[in-house]
Design a protein around this ligand. Structure first.
Ligand code: MG
Length: 159
């Protein structure tokens, strides 16, 4: 088999006194995402997609929220570790495509910076990384600005 596909999903709660970090980029906002690590929901969804493509479980298995070692962790560092793991197993990313669902703030102005950061972390070209943003049309928890969610799909190619 030459190709594998994986998908990932994550959501974090929006609270005061936390930075808002998505795709490794700090986005100015009065609320930020709550979590044990930096709560970068986009990067977490990408990691789960990469692990899922190889049936390696999920990020909770590799970086358990109960482990103080990952408190405040930079999710891009965790992403680098997951990327190293798939490379060890002789797979590499063909492309990945993602969606961020956030009512506010406007995500679009930050998308290029996220693509650049993720590309640098994964050793990819920015055009291998798709990031789209949408609102939830004010519906449900994301629509009430109680959280931000992210979806990711990744295609892995055997090296
Ligand atoms: Mg998460």
């Amino acid at each position: 088999m030459d190709f594998r596909i994986g998908n990932g999903y994550d959501i974090h709660r929006l609270v005061g006194d936390r930075p808002l970090i998505l795709g490794g980029v700090h986005i100015p906002h009065e609320l930020g995402l709550l979590g044990h690590s930096d709560a970068d929901a986009l990067t977490h969804a990408i990691m789960d997609a990469m692990l899922g493509a190889l049936s390696l479980g999920d990020i909770g298995h590799y970086f358990p929220p109960t482990d103080p070692q990952w408190k405040g962790a930079d999710s891009l560092e965790l992403l680098q570790q997951v990327n190293a793991l798939i490379h060890q197993k002789n797979w590499r990313i063909g492309n990945l495509d993602t969606v961020i669902v956030a009512e506010r703030p406007k995500i679009k102005p930050h998308i290029q910076a996220m693509r650049d950061r993720l590309a640098a972390t994964l050793g990819l070209a920015p055009d291998q990384i798709g990031i789209k943003a949408t609102t939830n049309e004010k519906l449900d928890a994301v629509g009430r600005e109680e959280g931000i969610a992210a979806y990711a799909v990744v295609l892995l190619i055997q090296s």
